[in-house]
Design a protein. Structure first.
Length: 248
């Protein structure tokens, strides 16, 4: 029973991860018009062509849903393809001229030019919340032109929200991994100093003393590591870090 439950949870998590990964495709159909400086490798030619063909095919398969102006989604698809290919060409020109710009950049929202309150200017809140909301509002207005076009833009706005949340989570985890690495290195250095000193007992340091990192599982091994570190410092004095070295 537990195995089946675990399998079910795992399957659900995998589906959520898959949704996050594919969110870039529909989101890209609105990002192209909403942002400048989208990275070269996000503007893949085959992605843009396939997305345009899907929009055209949907219009042809459901012509009644495209009313009142039937060709609206087709025109949007061709505009998306043309503008996307132009931006891809621009990024390639930048690359060949040595312009520093990440090839997977999600771009810079035109809405960031607005003087938003400080709350929205941090943590990518304009990109994560304002952009998707603006797209959904445009989609609602587009329903007056074509129900199919409006629905496509609204769904793309929701996928943009999913994509931005995933991107923010990845960036946040990368920063937290860096922070954890710095803390772990600092705690390890303190452990070496701790066991280099004469200890009446092999008492492990508490988790409060190690910044929340579980250590002290094997004090004898940590003591051996400290001895090895001392031997290395003695043999390579030029490589020994100064005691007052601070991590900025």
């Amino acid at each position: 029973m537990d195995d089946e439950s675990s399998k079910g949870v795992s399957t659900f998590s995998e589906k959520v991860d898959m949704l996050r990964k594919v969110a870039i495709f529909p989101a890209l159909t609105v990002m192209i018009f909403l942002r400048r400086g989208i990275g070269f490798r996000l503007l893949k030619t085959n992605w843009l062509v396939v997305l345009a063909l899907i929009m055209i095919a949907v219009t042809l398969v459901f012509p009644a849903a495209a009313a009142p102006f039937g060709p609206a989604l087709i025109i949007y698809a061709l505009a998306m393809l043309g503008w996307g290919l132009y931006q891809r060409w621009q990024r390639w020109v930048d690359i060949t001229h040595g312009v520093r710009w990440h090839t997977y950049s999600p771009g810079v929202s035109y809405l960031e030019a607005i003087s938003w309150p400080v709350f929205f200017q941090s943590h990518r809140r304009v990109n994560r919340f304002i952009d998707p909301l603006a797209v959904v509002i445009v989609g609602i207005l587009a329903l007056l032109v074509s129900r199919l076009l409006g629905l496509w833009i609204e769904v793309a706005g929701l996928f943009l929200f999913v994509y931005e949340q995933q991107l923010y989570e990845v960036m946040l985890n990368a920063n937290l991994d860096t922070l954890d690495g710095l803390i772990a290195a600092e705690v390890q250095g303190e452990a070496v100093k701790h066991y280099q000193q004469a200890q009446p007992t092999e008492k492990s340091r508490s988790i409060d003393e190690t910044a929340g990192i579980p250590t002290g599982v094997a004090p004898d091994i940590e003591k051996l590591l400290a001895q090895r570190q001392s031997e290395f410092d003695a043999a390579h004095p030029a490589l020994k870090a100064p005691d007052n070295l601070a991590v900025e």
